[in-house]
Design a protein around this ligand. Structure first.
Ligand code: BGC
Length: 707
């Protein structure tokens, strides 16, 4: 094939154009179906609808070489049926669920003609000012690696040519989440050590799982934009890790190398990206317009172009596009609909499992049989507001078919009267509606106070310097709390929302994230006690933007905080600890851990430890405990974080049940997560707890021998 291709046809294979959807950036090189017909396009994003896709594919197949197009879309947390946003799904700490929802999304999208998704997003995020924290699995690299495997397996299945699969794209390679001060598109502030131990491991896991594509981040590391980062793309990714899939630039990112100040023109930009190992140019036109000149100027070798083309053709081969006339895309049957009962049920299950009970200070859950429920706040409106339930990057999700909380409550509490009043706007100040909301709440015997941030205040280009409750929501909350009615706060959002007083003052508080198509039904069941709020926080929940970044995996200080010694690491005006630690959630006081033993006490590098712990459910209802196993290397140079997550187990317990749980932990798990030479011999602490708060951990020590 390669020998028959002209340069323009080769560059066409390296060109991805957008044929629909709202652009997420400038469109420097607008392209049309005429470019497809001319054989100058290899892949398309944002074109949806079976017929439109089929038309474009027919055009591509009628070109001189007839090479089919790859159709791609951000299928991030669902296609039609929308599951919780990734941070909310991560809260379920359930790899089987992560895989299943990806599978369901792939099944819906592929039958509509989509071949490739720009997911999973694997950016570790420790600063909720960064809006894209919503798109990833949170703050921890071990968890993110687990998430990466589950998502890649779920999207891709065993065979990308099979129906119901999508080629996955691990993004954004790498350290995009380390954007300075949480400002999207800013330079990443990252050390070599945390690059290796925090930001890269999830991508290595995706590569090991066979991910088809990787997307470099918009950001730079030490002045080298990731789109031009030869050491990390050609070096780490391809050479060291053996990645043989395609690297797809982010939106216009090759053209933006000029704005980054590393290229003088499009030819230089294209050469930098190609030589770094970027195969596909998403919408900038730099490859088709800049590479011919780059060749003339000797900035690139023809072989580099050929190698990229071969990788693109290999992806098309892997997707089975050369085989069938119209590919598996043209599956028969009705278009995907959110109503498919199985997917609805899965979406509800995922919503319940991702929702986090932040506290239940007043013991309000389950709520019993209230006669009058007032749903107060801009995120509990009876009509509209569906976009804030399905959240950002919701594919072809249908906001109007994500029932509202009042609707779901009417179905679950048919005897109760349900009132709903927004009170204030979810983004802008204005207090005129507060009096009406207070009147409604006064008449109720249960108040559900639905506050948060709107979907478009979360995601790309949605950084917030003060990621709390926008507008006058706090004033509404104060007015409602002043009534002294039993009040459950239900938060909607894509990040931990910094609103410590409002959260504390509620009788109980739930974080529902943007929980997807079925979040309202899930919440109704949680309130009724049919289901537990199964989530645990995949991120530390800060008290103040002044603490950011706040995360559990800090390195040790030479002066760790000691309340009796002022010259230790602390703030004068705030505690160091977040409002809620990573892992926090679940029915307060339900579970107790005891009797930790880790055996054998000494282990060689190829051995396995057995971590045994007794878990008791003291509550009056069946529930699942989530148990976290951390390690701490007690001496290492460079030193290692004070806590490193290495295992998470969910255990279902009947009321009053006690179980002895045994978790195998290979000695290799004592290693750093980088590409290093294996764990250093020495003493390690194994710390087991229900969250990352160290003072509550059970601790055992083991000795790792040299082998
Ligand atoms: C985002 C990517 C996304 C792409 C295509 C960009 O703006 O950064 O994550 O996949 O747009 O929609």
């Amino acid at each position: 094939m390669l020998q028959q291709m002209t340069l323009a046809e080769k560059l066409g294979q390296l060109t991805m154009i957008s044929l629909g959807g709202p652009p997420t950036g400038p469109v420097a090189d607008p392209a049309t179906l005429a470019d497809v017909a001319a054989g100058h396009v290899g892949s398309v994003l944002n074109l949806v609808g079976r017929d439109r896709i089929a038309t474009a594919q027919t055009l591509a197949r009628s070109t001189r070489l007839g090479i089919p197009l790859v159709f791609s879309l951000d299928v991030v947390h669902g296609y039609r049926t929308i599951f919780p946003v990734p941070i909310g799904e991560a809260a379920a700490f359930d790899p089987a669920l992560w895989q299943e929802t990806a599978q369901a999304a792939a099944a819906e999208a592929r039958r509509e003609g989509i071949h490739l998704t720009f997911a999973p997003m694997l950016d570790i995020a420790r600063d909720p000012r960064w809006g894209r924290i919503v798109e990833g699995p949170g703050e921890d690299p071990w968890l993110a690696a687990r998430f990466a495997r589950a998502k890649v397996d779920g999207f891709q299945g065993a065979d990308l040519a099979a129906a119901g699969t999508l080629a996955a794209t691990a993004k954004h390679f790498v350290a995009y989440g380390a954007a300075i001060a949480g400002r999207d598109y800013a330079s990443a502030a990252v050390s070599a050590g945390s690059l290796a131990e925090v930001y890269l491991p999830p991508f290595r896991a995706a590569v090991e799982a066979g991910v088809a594509a990787i997307m470099p981040a918009f950001s730079d590391i030490d002045g080298i934009p990731m789109t031009a980062h030869a050491a990390l793309i050609a070096g780490r990714l391809r050479h060291d890790w053996g990645f043989d899939g395609v690297v797809i630039s982010d939106w216009d990112a090759i053209g933006q190398l000029v704005a980054h100040g590393v290229a003088a023109d499009l030819a230089e930009a294209a050469a930098l990206a190609l030589n770094a190992g970027v195969d596909i140019d998403m919408v900038s036109g730099a490859y088709r317009r800049g590479l011919p000149e780059a060749l003339d100027r000797g900035l690139v070798e023809p072989e580099a172009i050929d190698a990229a083309v071969l990788r693109v053709l290999a992806l098309k081969e892997r997707l089975g596009l050369f085989e069938a006339e119209a590919g598996p895309a043209a599956a028969a049957g009705p278009p995907a609909s959110t109503d498919a009962a199985g997917r609805r049920a899965l979406a509800r299950h995922a919503a319940e499992r991702g929702t986090v009970l932040l506290h239940d200070r007043s013991g309000l859950l389950p709520v019993g049989s209230p006669r009058k429920i007032a749903v107060i706040g801009p995120f509990g409106r009876d009509r509209g507001g569906g976009a804030d339930r399905i959240g950002p990057w919701a594919g072809l999700g249908e906001p109007d078919r994500a029932p509202s909380l009042p609707t779901a409550l009417r179905a679950r509490f048919p005897e109760a009267e349900i009132l709903s009043k927004a009170g204030v706007d979810g983004r802008r100040p204005g207090r005129r509606g507060i009096a009406g909301a207070v009147a409604a709440a006064r008449a109720a015997d249960l108040v559900l106070l639905c506050l948060g941030e709107p979907a478009d205040w979360s995601g790309e280009a949605a950084s917030r310097a003060e990621p709390g409750l926008p507008g006058d929501q706090a004033a509404l909350a104060e007015a409602i709390f002043a009534l002294g009615r039993p009040t459950v706060l239900i938060l909607t959002g894509g990040r931990p929302l910094i609103a410590p007083t409002v959260i504390d003052r509620a009788g109980a508080a739930l974080m529902a994230w943007f929980g997807g198509s079925e979040i309202a039904a899930g919440l109704a069941r949680i309130l009724a006690g049919d289901a537990a709020a199964g989530g645990r926080l995949p991120v530390s929940w800060p008290r103040s933007p002044g603490q950011l970044p706040v995360f559990f995996g800090e390195r040790p200080s030479g002066r760790p905080y000691d309340p009796d010694n002022p010259f230790t690491s602390h703030y004068l005006d705030l505690p160091n600890a977040p409002q809620f630690p990573f892992g926090h959630g679940g029915t307060p006081g339900a579970f107790a851990l005891s009797g930790l033993s880790v055996t054998p006490e000494a282990v060689g590098p190829t051995g396995t430890l057995s971590v045994a712990v007794i878990v008791a459910n003291a509550a009056a209802r069946a529930d699942e405990a989530v148990i976290f196993v951390f390690i701490q290397a007690l001496k290492a140079l460079p030193n290692r974080p004070v806590l490193e997550l290495r295992a998470v187990e969910r255990v279902a317990l009947a009321p009053g049940e006690t179980q002895r749980l045994t978790i195998p932990l290979s000695a290799a798990a004592l290693d750093r997560l980088d590409d290093g030479a294996g764990p250093e011999p020495g003493r390690y602490a194994v710390r087991v707890g229900l969250d990352a708060e160290r003072s509550r951990h059970l601790v055992a020590e083991v000795m790792l021998g040299a082998g």
